[in-house]
Design a protein around this ligand. Structure first.
Ligand SMILES: Cc1cc2nc3c(=O)[nH]c(=O)nc-3n(C[C@H](O)[C@H](O)[C@H](O)COP(=O)(O)O)c2cc1C
Length: 200
């Protein structure tokens, strides 16, 4: 099958776009409001976009609390979503009012970062502490602004729970990262295999 996205007539029960761009890592974004409130929410329009310097990005569909806090304070954390935390991650996606503490809602412990004042999930196996570098509203082919706001951040500190370290590497069989698939599907990325790039 083939279809064009101007009409988006795919003829399927649900739009398959996000099932094709999958699996997507989940940026579980911790942030603090200017009023001191803490905020936590998952974003699967999220990724690492540079290693040197270490940069990440999450994309907010409209003006949400994580984007607001990150822009206002210039800081956020990205918390690693493991299988044992996935239900709590889901609870933290609830559309609650500004200032409502999703850490408490999900039964998680909020701790303040080492280098940033933003909160992180103490139960997470790994945390990226980030400072906002820029925001961008991406455009369509017609030049119209999309409804998304991309928030870019530089990773200034990384916290790792050493229980997931085996032989100097993060052991994914212990960390059990969860990724977002299409629809309401998730996958667990612990089925790891190794492959080396060609030496030419
Ligand atoms: C796994 C998962 C991934 C999500 N990814 C996104 C995303 O990439 N962008 C977005 O705007 N909302 C996303 N959402 C929805 C937000 O988490 C939800 O709107 C949340 O209430 C936003 O919280 P905030 O206003 O505190 O930032 C996702 C939800 C889930 C469960």
């Amino acid at each position: 099958m083939f279809y064009t996205t101007d009409t988006n007539k795919h003829g399927l029960a649900h739009d398959p776009f996000k099932a094709i761009v999958a699996p997507r890592p989940i940026g579980w974004i911790g942030s603090r409001g200017m009023d001191g409130s803490v905020n936590l929410a998952p974003y699967s329009f999220f990724n690492a976009i540079s290693d040197r310097p270490k940069l990440v990005m999450f994309s907010s569909a409209g003006y949400k609390h994580s984007q607001r806090n990150a822009v206002e304070t210039g800081e956020f954390t990205c918390n690693f979503v493991s299988r044992h935390l996935v239900e709590k991650m889901n609870v933290s996606s609830a559309a609650v009012g500004y200032g409502v503490d999703e850490f408490a809602l999900a039964g998680l412990t909020a701790k303040t970062g080492e280098l940033v004042d933003a909160p992180y999930v103490a139960e997470a196996f790994a945390v990226l502490e980030c400072r906002v570098t820029e925001t961008l509203v991406p455009k369509s082919l017609t030049g119209d602004a999309s409804e998304n706001i991309m928030v870019f951040g530089q990773v200034v500190g990384i916290r790792i729970d050493e229980t997931i370290i085996r032989d100097g590497r993060l052991d994914m069989a212990i960390a059990r990262p969860v990724a977002r698939m299409g629809y309401m599907d998730y996958s667990e990325g612990s089925d790891v295999f190794e492959m080396f790039r060609p030496q030419i």
